[in-house]
Design a protein around this ligand. Sequence first.
Ligand SMILES: NC(=O)C1=CN([C@@H]2O[C@H](COP(=O)(O)OP(=O)(O)OC[C@H]3O[C@@H](n4cnc5c(N)ncnc54)[C@H](OP(=O)(O)O)[C@@H]3O)[C@@H](O)[C@H]2O)C=CC1
Ligand SMILES: CC(=O)N[C@@H](CCC(=O)OP(=O)(O)O)C(=O)O
Length: 310
Amino acid sequence: MKPKIFIDGEHGTTGLQIRTRMADRRDVELLSIPEAERRNAALREDLLNSADIAILCLPDDAAKEAVGMLSGNNKVRIIDTSTAHRVDPDWAYGFAEMDKAQPAKIRAARLVANPGCYPTGAIGLLRPLRAAGLLPAGYPVTVNAVSGYTGGGKQMIAQMEDPANPDAISSPHFLYGLPLKHKHVPEMTTHGLLNRAPLFSPSVGRFPQGMIVQVPLFAGDLGEDATLEKLHAALADHYAGQNIVTVVPLAESAAMPRVDAVELAGKDTMKLFVFGTPGGAHINLVALLDNLGKGASGAAVQNMDLMLSA
Ligand SMILES: NC(=O)C1=CN([C@@H]2O[C@H](COP(=O)(O)OP(=O)(O)OC[C@H]3O[C@@H](n4cnc5c(N)ncnc54)[C@H](OP(=O)(O)O)[C@@H]3O)[C@@H](O)[C@H]2O)C=CC1
Ligand SMILES: CC(=O)N[C@@H](CCC(=O)OP(=O)(O)O)C(=O)O
């Protein structure tokens, strides 16, 4: 019998992209809800309870409600793409490359929280450096980022693409999250192994998919041994042996005139860079990904495959 997969929220932005990635899969059976019935709670509950793996592509409250619909049913495994369970110790954090032990944790887990798009970049850069002792625990980390507008789901897509929308946005690039209380900060802090919450300033650009996450550092405020070359070597060592997260060689990044936010649009990989001048005072760690690829739907399918390989 093929494992049954139900994507709750399959007609939304993240859900649709998971469905597209699964279109040619013959090893799983996709349970589907008609678009017009997508908010039919009784039908959702039935489908959720019929699945081997339920992938939740819903806002936080609806994701919590879906988990409630599965309470008492320990047979259904869950991947939640919302923010609701990402720092909950009962859930495995679905970022396989962040730690050598993580793939096994995801494979064995019943409950997997899919990472947020920005945290995938920030944790991807920070965690290996914290683990290697190159970034002091109390370092005042800042994270600056730009996302494609699909990161805001159906609502923001309509605001950016339809000038007749009453809340249309005409700006080519805007900052948001200005109170500096973004929902991704707890997850960056916990899984980035930080003692101090990072100052996170997100923005959106007029392109559908793509993302740049920057973590600028003052070299003199890092550990005594922390040079640009050592930071790069620690990242390269950490990500050796797999091809989803790659660390761009220093010689290659040193020759780059710019970083293009849409370079990885449509891909499920992430590239990490260490920019700066050897011996210089400043270092910029940069992650490049697709907010809907490794930042959401690509990661969800990767986690599903890990869980199916248990
Ligand atoms: N977009 C992205 O880049 C990323 C998104 N995520 C997360 O993925 C989740 C989904 O986001 P996204 O796909 O962008 O959002 P969308 O708004 O594009 O899609 C959400 C879907 O869920 C449906 N929905 C909303 N409330 C309910 C409910 N109570 N019962 C059943 N269905 C409901 C919506 O239906 P309706 O059309 O009726 O509103 C819609 O089809 C969110 O938690 C988001 O934070 C995570 C990483 C990246
Ligand atoms: C551009 C934009 O609005 N992005 C979303 C984050 C997208 C994402 O990662 O979703 P999660 O909520 O599942 O973490 C935001 O800032 O809220």
